[in-house]
Every structure is written in C-alpha cells, then in structure tokens.
Write a protein that binds this ligand. Structure first.
Ligand SMILES: C[S@@+](CC[C@H](N)C(=O)[O-])C[C@H]1O[C@@H](n2cnc3c(N)ncnc32)[C@H](O)[C@@H]1O
Length: 676
C-alpha cells in the first residue's frame, strides 16, 4: 500500500511520522494502531528505565525484577546472545524509512526472561531518544498503567537488537493464541549503544520473587540459565543484612554495657580483653599491656589510696580559703606567673611569683629551676600575714603598750629593750633584764648585734626574744628598733637545688644580722595540729613551727602550719653549718602566744648562695619533744643502714649525715623548733 493511501485509510493526523513506521503487512490491517512518535527528550532528561515507569532509586537499588535482571547479567552475559541476541555492535546504517518485518521474534517465549532483560538498558540514549528494552518482553505503556492492550518492541531481524532503539506500539489484546503482528518503528538514527555497565548487586530484605514456570518447555540452555539464576538468588534468602545505623547502635550499647561492668570491677578486662580493646583501645586493659599485680603491691596500693583519701577529706574540709573567692578560684591553676613560660633545664628563666600574692610584691619574689621541670605545687599560696584558724585568739590591741622615747630609742631610755616575764603569782609581766638587739650600720642597714647573735647561738645561757617598738610607741618609723615590723627588704628566689628539693636564695648580698623573711602560715591550735598530723602521710615533710617560746602561761601553744600557705621560708633547707637562723620577735608586749618567727643571717650570705638553717636549733644540740637534747641513738646512727633514716645532703664539712630519724622522732618530734 502506498504511503499516502495508508495515511488516508487510517486517517493519520498531521504531524504523525508515518514515514518512520515499519509495517508488518498482515491480513487484518484494521488491527494496526498508529501511535504518535515518542516525544523528543533533552540529553539532560532524567534517565528512566523501561519508559520511565520505574526510576532507579538513589542508592542504585532496583525492584525485584531489576535485581533479577542484574543477576542474570552478572552470572552470564551470554544468555542474551544464547537466546539470539548479539553482542552490541555498531550496525551498518539502515536505509531511512525502511519497512521491515521481524517474524522470527514474534513467537519467542518472552515472558520468561521478560524481567531479566528489562532493566539492562539505559533509559535514554546519548541523543535523548527514549530507549526501550531492545530485547523482548513486555513494555509497559508510557503512563505505566496496566493496559488491556500490551505493547512490545521488536528488533529488526536484520541485525537483531543491537543498536536499535525501538518505539512501541500498543496492541489490542488478542483472543486467539496466534502470535500477534507487531508494528515496529525503527529510529531514524543509527546509534551505537553505550556499553552496559556491570549491574550492581543489591541485596533486598524481602526474599526474591519466585520465578514463573515457563509456559512452554524451556530449551536445555534456557533451563540451565534458570537454574543458575535460582541458585544465585537463593543466596539472598537468609536474614536481611543490618543497616549501618543498626550496627552502630548495637556497638554503642555494647560499649556502654562494658563500661558499666568495668566500673564495677576491672576483672572484666581480664576476662574479655578483646572486647575491651575493641571498644577502648590498647591502653590499660588490653592483653598486650596487662601486667600481673602481686598481692603485696596490691596491698600497698590500697593502703596508699586509703591514706590519700583520708588526707584529702581533711584538707577538703579544713583547708578552704578564707580569702576572696576570685583568688581562691584561681589558686589551683596557679603554678607560676605565666603558664606558658614553663621552666626547663635548658631555659632557666626567672619567674616572678607576684601572682601568688594577688598584689605586687616588693622586693621581688621569684622562682627558677635549671635542674629539672618541677614547679611549685599549685596549691601552695604565699601569704604576707598569719592566717588565724578557729580557736586562735590575738591579744587585744589595747593591752599592748609602747615606749615614750620620742627620739632615737636606746638601751637606757626605751622600755621596749627591757626583757619581761610573767610573774607566776601575780600573773603580771616583770622586768628580768635589758638587751639591745639591733644596731644601724653605716650603710643604713639595721642588723642584729654581734653580741646578740653570739649569745643566742650558745646553749647554756639566758636567751632573749627580740621586742620591737610598735604602733603604741612614741618613736617614729625611722626607729632602729623597727625591723621585722617593716617587712622584708631583700629579694628572694625559690630555686631547685641539686639534692634537697627547692631551696631559697637571694640575688643580693645579705649581711650578717640582716633580717631575711618571716615564717608565716596558718596558725592552728594544738588540737587542730594533732588532727592534721594524724591525717598526714607518715614520712611526709612537716611544715609546722611551734610558737612555744613562752610556755609559762598554760603550757599549750599555737603552731604555724606553712604547708599550704607560707612565705619563701617554707622552702628553707637544713644545713649542719647554717648561715641563717630563726629568732623570736614580738611586737605585742602582752601576747605570749602569738609572735613572729623571723629569719636573720648569722653570717654574710653572698648573692646566690643558698640560705639554710639548722633544723635542730643551734646545731650544737638536737632538741627532742621534751625540749631535751636527743641522744645519738635517737638522732640516728649515720653508719646505720636503717632505710628509714633520712640522710642529710647539706655537704657541710661537719655534716651530721642524718637529717632526722622519722621512726624515732616522727613528725611530732621534728616540729619542735624551739630556738634555745
Ligand atoms: C621544710 S622542707 C624544705 C623545702 C623542701 N626542700 C622542698 O622542696 O619543699 C624540708 C624538706 O627538705 C628536704 N631537706 C631539707 N634539707 C635537707 C638536707 N640537708 N638534706 C636532705 N634533705 C633536705 C627534706 O626532704 C625535708 O623533709
């Protein structure tokens, strides 16, 4: 039939590309339905599979039919060829508008492998044409609705399906089983198909659909293919794999449970080292890092831990700061002025310790360490006054009195030079002698007199405290008898010594008799001292100075604890041949319980030389708790190999070798520093 006649007969509307239609001329032409040509698509159009009815999901998963198709492709790319399909090749250009028939495809049992070939073709070509499945099988209509008629595409017999893009033709359902004629369209363009990528295997949580039994007996080859497909699909019939989120949640829950168990007992780490390592890494619990703890070591650790706990509870309750909260907050962070300037042996920097006073300190107080990387303990805080703890009472100010010298105070005129003592019967102070303690050097420095120093260093003589003029005195600020009350005049530095921990030195020369610094800290009662001593670790250093100079009143004295609060003198070390000494200084003439412990040079101390005192008084005798000299046995035998003896590293020629014997003297014995 001529084309024009065909058009007329079938009332083909204008615009329909009748010239693209390949017609199989069958006996009944009335069954032919003409469909408009597929709309042109842009290249950028979203590729769709199978006429756009089943877009591929983002993760690449497809529905079960697609999976089936993928499997088919994966296990054997050859079945299509085996079924008569050829390897895609660029076919020779077909003559335009050529009508052809393809009878040999019409009777093929398509249904069976319908889905397997369904999804293998990309949806669109590079030129934007809709690409249907070029193999065989049903093609859903464009709107994807099931239609009473089915559409199909058939490849050209001349070259199979390779490279051909077929549009579809809707065919009314036939009542007969006679193979239906199909109207085929062949694309104008000869385009080589893109090579098909290897299909992704996507596992589904739902079991794969069962394959339909073939309506016609399969050929041996097809049966073989079916078997392979079924076997492969059977692999996915197990429990669905867990999602990443589920796995993550499970892992977290396991970790949490494990941590809970570990908190109860670390035995879990021994039993399940692999689990612990998997969740918490290699440190601590892993097999590789585990060490067996001996029973002895365990006992020791337990004991130390309980001691520490006990001590912490005491300090937590009682060592709170009575200073303003802002300073208190920053205390624990305080190490040195500037944390960034860490002192290292290589970089021996001098750091001012002003920040530990919360105000500028003058003369300067500094810290230096060119030996190791140790710093001052963060909890230690400098103080420039006594911190009076509960139970400590100062004598009322109005009970004090002063001199009436007017001008320069002197031995003859000043009442402050008169040594007083409390009369046992009347309980009133009585004069027991006179002593001038200071004199002004030509360079203006007020120092202790040589006589005073000499007498105080002797054992069996009358000892005098230093009584300075006070605010009640009529003398002025320039009075020679005001030294300690005016404060420190020499710069001091806390530094790391070679063998004795931190020590103290000055950057200037200190002359004999010159005042260096006070020993300050918390003033506590006897009861409080006992409590702190009990809480302290045995063998730990004591920073207690007892104010036991005047013991006549009630035989109970106050104590100065310089462990947490103190001055540079808290770091003063011992030497068997000392260059400094602690003296009793009082400014309140009626207060025999609260006075000052003042360190003076007892010889010239050149700049940079360590300032050291004798922990055992004058060095000529050691004083025990009872105030009596301790025997050489109590001191400790320097030749003894008793591990508890603390050796002295002062290095003096006449070094006694033993700093103290902790077993014999314990902390209580060491704290008695009454300077005889
Ligand atoms: C009051 S503290 C002195 C400051 C101490 N060096 C520090 O670093 O904190 C006393 C301790 O210093 C050490 N020490 C002082 N003089 C010593 C000496 N001559 N030989 C050995 N150790 C000494 C001892 O450990 C002693 O318990």
């Amino acid at each position: 039939m001529a084309l024009s006649a065909f058009k007329r007969k079938h009332d083909v509307p204008p615009g329909f590309e009748i010239d693209r239609i390949v017609i199989d001329i069958l006996s009944d032409e009335e069954d032919v339905t003409i469909v408009p040509p597929p709309p042109k698509r842009h290249k950028s159009a979203t590729p769709v599979l199978d006429g756009g009815s089943r877009p591929q999901s983002r993760d690449g998963s497809r529905d079960s039919n697609s999976t089936l198709a993928s499997v088919s492709k994966l296990i054997s790319p050859s079945p299509a060829r085996a079924l008569g399909f050829q390897k895609p090749t660029v076919p020779p250009p077909l003559p335009k508008q050529r009508l052809s028939t393809s009878h040999q495809n019409l009777f093929r049992p398509r249904e069976k492998i319908h889905s397997s070939v369904h999804a293998l073709s990309p949806a669109t070509t590079t030129n934007g044409a809709v690409r249907t499945n070029s193999f065989n099988g049903y093609r859903k209509s464009e709107n994807t609705k099931p239609s009473p008629s089915h559409s199909t595409s058939v490849a050209s017999p001349s070259n199979g399906s390779g490279g051909r893009f077929l549009s579809s033709v809707n065919l009314p359902t036939r009542q007969t089983s006679v193979p239906q004629p199909v109207l085929k369209t062949i694309d104008k363009f000869q385009v080589a198909p893109k090579p098909l990528g290897r299909p992704r295997l996507v596992q589904h949580s739902t079991p794969p659909p069962k394959l339909k039994a073939p309506s016609q007996p399969p050929t041996p080859l097809q049966a073989n293919i079916e078997l392979v497909i079924e076997n492969t699909l059977r692999q996915w019939t197990g429990p669905p794999p867990k999602s990443a989120a589920t796995l993550n949640a499970e892992r977290k829950a396991e970790r949490k449970a494990l941590l809970k168990d570990l908190k109860v007992s670390t035995e879990v780490a021994k039993k399940r080292p692999d689990d612990v390592e998997r969740h918490f890494g290699q440190t601590g619990f892993s097999k590789a890092f585990s060490t067996e703890i001996t029973e002895n070591e365990l006992a020791l650790r337990t004991r130390l831990a309980s001691q520490k706990k006990k001590k912490q509870s005491v300090t937590a309750v009682d060592r709170h700061l009575d200073i303003d909260s802002e300073l208190a907050k920053s205390l624990d962070n305080l190490i040195i002025s500037d944390k960034s300037s860490i002192i290292t042996p290589e970089q021996s920097t001098r750091v001012l310790l002003t920040n530990r006073f919360n105000e500028e300190v003058n003369p300067p107080l500094s810290f230096a360490n060119n030996v190791n990387e140790k710093l001052l303990h963060g909890k230690f805080q400098f103080t420039d006054r006594y911190i009076l703890r509960p139970g400590i009472k100062e004598a009322a100010l109005n009970t004090n009195f002063g001199c009436t010298c007017g001008g320069e105070c002197g031995l003859d005129s000043c009442q402050c030079f008169t040594r007083t003592a409390t009369d046992v019967t009347s309980k009133k102070p009585i004069s027991i002698g006179q002593r001038q303690t200071y004199f002004r050097r030509p360079d203006g420095i007020i120092v202790l007199t040589n006589n005073y120093i000499a007498q105080e260093l002797q054992d069996e003589v009358q000892h005098f405290e230093i009584t300075e003029c006070n605010d009640c005195c009529s003398c002025g600020d320039d009075c020679t008898n005001k030294v300690v009350s005016k404060g420190r005049t020499v710069p001091l530095e806390i530094f790391q010594t070679a063998k004795c921990g931190f020590g103290v030195r000055s950057s200037v020369d200190i002359v004999k008799g010159q005042f260096i610094e006070l020993y300050l800290g918390e003033v506590i009662t006897e009861t409080e001292l006992e409590r702190r001593e009990q809480a302290a670790d045995e063998g730990s250093p004591s920073y207690i100075y007892s104010l036991d100079w005047f013991t006549g009143v009630d035989n109970r004295c106050y104590h100065v604890d310089g462990e947490i609060f103190g001055t540079a003198m808290r770091f003063v070390n011992h030497c068997c041949a000392p260059n400094a000494r602690c003296f009793t200084v009082t400014t309140h003439k009626r207060d025999e319980k609260l006075y000052y412990l003042a360190f003076f040079a007892i010889e010239n101390i050149p700049a940079g030389v360590e300032i050291r005192i004798d922990y055992h008084g004058g060095g000529r005798k050691l004083v025990g708790e009872d105030g009596l000299p301790v025997s050489s046995q109590e001191k400790g035998d320097p030749t003894s190999d008793d591990p508890e003896l603390v050796p002295c590293y002062c290095g003096a020629k006449k070094c006694r070798k033993i700093l103290w014997n902790p077993t014999k003297q314990k902390r209580a014995g060491r704290r008695s520093k009454r300077h005889e």
